[in-house]
Design a protein around this ligand. Structure first.
Ligand SMILES: Cc1cc2nc3c(=O)[nH]c(=O)nc-3n(C[C@H](O)[C@H](O)[C@H](O)COP(=O)(O)OP(=O)(O)OC[C@H]3O[C@@H](n4cnc5c(N)ncnc54)[C@H](O)[C@@H]3O)c2cc1C
Length: 305
């Protein structure tokens, strides 16, 4: 299979790139990956997407996918497991055994929530363990809940949770919160909130159906304590999905793709869009914007060639 451009990723960045590239008459293939629709599939109302006062995340993404297909974008349900960007046409190896070739590639693989990696996290995911307070807070009305993390996004999630839960314990590995947003003061002032500083969550325990407690390790004296919990929200940041590009594209110390001149990666003809190259804004609208830019840059590159 050979295309003018292959887009990796079906979040706002990839699908917007798909709309622009196919409307620009490029023979375009978009490979959806493990999360068709991207991060917004795991949220409820989106209220900062211009043109929609409020729209559910999944509805927005289904609309975007339909629009890309209407514009002529081919979409494949598969994940890219390996790439060869050392020679053109570029080769992408898929988890279904197929190979796809492209004159140009747009990388829009976004970012994923960082995991704790402790026992119980995987077993109790969606059985009390969550990464999205916006989505799941109502399930924890009048319950005892723990949130792990101390940055701005953790504090935003924590503030949201305080409107629902009976008690919220913030577990933070450092001796002070790292978030700069004033929202952390609101969290700290809430009588429902207790902060355990210099503490690491070591294990999530349950009764096989749901979370019942967690094990905390004090980082100063290494003592362990068990506290009851009905829910655990993991808010320790996002990691860009760049592992398959290691050794092929320049990646910064934090794992983000390095771009110059807006969307160009370190290899000619390979462009990047969205959260995969954006540690700063990480919004649907900015991802869509860079998806548009990458498609236009890609078109200019192919025309010149
Ligand atoms: C709970 C939650 C709520 C949010 N709410 C808002 C909001 O209200 N407003 C807002 O502006 N932003 C919001 N955001 C942020 C927003 O969702 C992201 O900034 C945006 O989705 C990033 O878009 P993206 O296209 O760069 O990547 P993503 O949405 O992360 O999509 C990445 C895509 O890449 C694909 N992919 C990954 N690896 C591979 C691979 N190996 N092969 C093929 N495909 C691959 C995935 O399947 C996915 O389709 C929210 C995020 C979360 C998690």
């Amino acid at each position: 299979m050979a295309y003018d451009v292959v887009i990796i990723g079906a979040g706002p960045a990839g699908l917007t790139a798909g709309i622009y590239a196919s409307r620009g008459k490029l023979n375009t293939m978009l490979i959806e990956g493990p999360l068709p629709g991207g991060q917004l599939m795991s949220t409820t109302a989106v209220e900062n997407w211009p043109g929609n006062i409020s729209i559910m995340g999944p509805e927005l993404m289904i609309n975007m996918r339909e629009q890309a297909q209407k514009c002529g974008c081919n979409i494949m349900s598969a994940s890219v497991t390996k790439v060869d960007f050392t020679k053109t046409p570029y080769t992408l190896y898929l988890d279904n055994g197929q190979e796809v070739h492209a004159a140009a590639v747009i990388v829009a693989t976004g970012a994923s929530h960082k995991k704790l990696g402790c026992p119980g996290e995987k077993e109790y995911f969606a059985k009390g363990v969550s990464v999205c307070a916006t989505c799941d807070a109502p399930f924890f009305a009048d319950k005892e809940v723990v949130i792990v993390g101390g940055g701005d996004s953790a504090m935003t999630e924590a503030e949201h949770l305080t409107h629902f839960v009976k008690k919220l314990t913030v577990v933070h590995i450092l001796d002070k919160l790292t978030g700069k947003d004033p929202i952390k003061d609101k969290v700290l002032a809430n009588t429902k909130v207790e902060v355990l500083y210099s503490s690491a969550l070591k294990e999530i325990k349950g009764d096989e159906q749901k979370v019942t407690s967690i094990v905390i390790e004090n980082q100063l004296n290494k003592s362990l304590k068990i506290i009851p919990a009905d829910g655990v929200f993991v808010a320790i940041g996002l990691a860009p999905n760049t592992s398959i590009f290691k050794g092929q594209l320049d990646i910064d110390n934090y794992g983000y793709l390095v771009v110059t001149d807006h969307t160009k990666t370190s290899v000619e003809g390979i462009f990047a869009a969205g959260d995969v190259a954006d540690y700063r804004y990480r919004q649907a609208v900015t991802s869509a914007g860079t998806g548009c830019m990458a498609a236009l840059d890609c078109q200019a590159y192919l025309n010149k060639k």
